[in-house]
Design a protein around this ligand. Structure first.
Ligand SMILES: [Zn+2]
Length: 73
């Protein structure tokens, strides 16, 4: 396997991080869908978590984009 073919381990880790946030967002969205319409403190708490999680997902995607640009992988 040439160097070009070898998967970049750092990129793999960054991709896994993005995927972890996306899966978490899907879980939170499903939870909010169940809760919305019920007591508002319950679904507003989940809604706040979604906002925070979106921020973390954006940061992890930014880190992935930046790594790919800088590393050329
Ligand atoms: Zn890389």
């Amino acid at each position: 396997m040439s160097d070009e073919m070898r998967p970049c381990l750092r990129q793999q880790a960054l991709i896994a991080e993005v995927q972890r946030h996306l899966v978490r967002l899907a879980q939170l969205a499903r939870a909010e869908a169940e809760l919305v319409g019920g007591p508002s403190d319950a679904w507003l708490a989940v809604d706040k978590e979604i906002e925070l999680e979106i921020g973390e997902k954006e940061r992890s995607m930014g880190a992935l984009r930046q790594h790919r640009e800088e590393h050329g992988c």
